[in-house]
Design a protein around this ligand. Structure first.
Ligand code: GLC
Length: 582
């Protein structure tokens, strides 16, 4: 009996193990692949370059005028060739698309408009074959009002999910519970007639805030993180993280002078932003990601007022977010060497010892080509900003299209606006359509983005000249400058690992710094942020550098002289010099 049992059991066990392995490979294909491809001593996110994709606008594969996952897969070779190491995908989960995906109705599926879960798994796998990691957007602060949790919550005051959101009675005299304002205009409270209570929403009324004080909410949201980590993603960009908690006493926010674009009084979001409880959640999130192999990364939106505030997001024991996005740097809205120098120095020496994380463009703010451009030298300035982004010690984040000099193209008429804040705030606030237009791949109809008659947002007229195909064939193009710069950053030991040393601290026009490794590799970066030729000289004896001649590694314009010494450098307007010292 025993022997017979064993004989029948062994093949069953063997088949069982085979089945388990096959299932694990199918479910976690990318995890297996990630371990093979990305094993390095340093956490990968310190040396990678992250590329933000707005999926709706990157590449359409099925001719419906909307970008999709298959479209992204078809462009992975382009991204590999460009030289980036990770893609951050803005939300692709099921959504009524009031806020274009930032209103999620199901955290653990893919919106059919973008494809299926199988498409997503193929994306992770195909990306990792090319050493590209996938980072998801984690919209933690709010769901869509169409999420099943909110539908339950609003159904009655007694519903078990009532306390998953923030419901309050109005003032006895009538009107919302307090003066809190939505970031997207007007009161942050909406009255739900069904139960005659108000719910709180930091953003649109269709984006009710989750109640993070409820442990059930926390558990559900941490499970969402696990769900995607189990599918091989390498981290998350946490949306609107500073807004997770509100003052339980519902105190009124202080009023500030003036009005905003929506006609509301300006207020200081004192009782809804950056409450200390946020840090407990971030620490727990970090514990969850740290329990997975492969150093998954947390990136956060962190539009903090100072670098000191930004530093808190790393956590007092560096146990929260590895890469808080530095809005201080991104919000220097003009070319100013002293302002950039000050902020670079400050974040370099942040008291948490955290890794800086820079960007200049994203899906919420006007693109850098026109934000920093002076109308006469915009292409040269685009290269200057690329050099600033890609030569410091910070982990850089690019936004799709910045590498070809895409510009902000706002709608001309109110009736063409898609983004609801543009409809509400027109003409002062035109919304964010202008920075979300389709990627410009070539000069064909619809710039190679879609075969549909009409893409979801119009193709900017600049696509004729500023597109991947045209710029690939032009040695002086913005695209080719980015490619050379990305390759240099990846291959040069000082640019990859060297500490950042600020130079010439009082120069009003030229931002200069050194990247120098302890073993002696050094690279000098000189960025002329003015419209005049500037002469600069360096004395690097304090940095233990004896060499005096410069070996240019990359310049813009490309034709700059190569006969420079440290004591005599002349840089044309907005010129870039990146050089080794010999
Ligand atoms: C973040 C997103 C933005 C969105 C908002 C609400 O700021 O970047 O696009 O509208 O959160 O989710």
């Amino acid at each position: 009996m025993k022997t017979r049992d064993c004989r029948t059991l062994l093949p069953t066990l063997f088949l069982g193990v085979l089945y388990f392995l096959a299932a694990a490979c199918l479910q976690f294909p990318s995890v297996v692949h990630a371990q093979q491809t990305f094993a390095t001593a340093d956490p990968w996110w310190k040396h990678t370059v992250i590329y933000e994709i707005y999926p709706r606008s990157f590449q359409d594969s099925n001719g419906d005028g909307l970008g999709d996952i298959a479209g992204i897969i078809s462009r992975l070779d382009y991204l590999k060739d460009l030289g980036i190491g990770a893609i951050w995908l803005t939300p692709m989960y099921p959504s009524p698309q009031v806020d274009y995906g930032y209103d999620i109705s199901d955290y653990t599926s893919i919106d059919p408009a973008y494809g299926s879960m199988a498409d997503f798994e193929r994306l992770v796998l195909e990306a990792k074959k090319r050493d590209i990691r996938v980072i998801m957007d984690f919209v933690a602060n709010h769901t869509s009002d169409q999420h099943a949790w909110f539908k339950e919550s609003r159904s009655s005051r007694e519903n078990p999910k009532r306390n998953w959101y923030i419901w309050r009675d109005g003032k006895p005299s009538g009107g919302p519970p307090n003066n809190w304002l939505s970031w997207f205009g007007h009161s942050a409270w909406t009255l739900d007639p069904k139960t005659n209570q108000y719910y709180y929403h930091y953003f649109y009324a269709q984006q009710p805030d989750l109640n993070w004080r409820n442990p059930e909410v926390q558990k559900a949201m941490f499970d969402v993180i696990r769900f995607w980590l189990d599918r091989g993603v390498s981290g998350f960009r946490i949306d609107a993280v500073s807004r997770l908690f509100e003052d339980p006493g519902l105190r009124d926010d202080p009023l500030l002078p003036g009005k905003n674009a929506y006609g509301d009084p300006n207020i200081q979001h004192k009782y809804t932003d950056n409450l200390p409880e946020v840090h407990e959640v971030l620490r727990e999130l970090r514990r969850v990601v740290d329990s997975y192999p492969g150093d998954p990364v947390l990136i956060s939106e962190a539009d903090e007022p100072t670098i000191a505030e930004l530093t808190k997001i790393y956590g007092s024991k560096n146990d929260e977010v590895q890469l808080p996005m530095d809005f201080q740097i991104a919000d220097v809205n003009r070319l100013s060497a002293p302002e950039f120098r000050k902020l670079l120095d400050e974040v370099e020496h942040n008291s948490a010892g955290g890794q800086p994380h820079f960007f200049f463009s994203n899906h919420d703010q006007p693109r850098q080509w026109d934000r920093y451009g002076d109308g006469a030298h915009n292409d040269q300035i685009a290269k200057l900003m690329a050099a600033l982004l890609l030569t410091t010690r910070a982990t850089p984040q690019m936004y799709y299209g910045e590498e070809i000099g895409m510009r902000t193209t706002d709608p001309a008429r109110k009736e063409d606006v898609h983004d609801p804040i543009g409809k509400l705030g027109w003409p002062k606030e035109k919304g964010r359509d202008g920075e979300r237009t389709p990627m410009q791949w070539d000069a064909s109809k619809n710039a190679g983005f879609t075969t549909a008659r009409k893409p979801w947002l119009p193709i900017p007229p600049s696509a004729d000249r500023y597109n991947v195909a045209a710029e690939s064939n032009d040695r002086e193009s913005i695209l080719n400058f980015y490619k050379r710069l990305l390759a240099l950053r990846q291959g040069n030991p000082a640019l990859r690992d060297g500490p950042y040393i600020s130079l010439n601290p009082t120069d009003p026009n030229v931002l200069s710094f050194l990247r120098k490794t302890p073993s002696g590799d050094s690279v000098l970066v000189v960025l002329n942020m003015s419209a005049q030729t500037q002469r600069v000289a360096f004395d690097l004896r304090a940095q233990n550098i004896a060499g005096k001649t410069l070996q240019p590694l990359l310049t813009a314009p490309q034709s700059l002289s190569s006969q420079w010494s440290l004591s005599a450098i002349a840089l044309p307007p907005f010129g870039v010099l990146i050089a080794a010292i010999q």
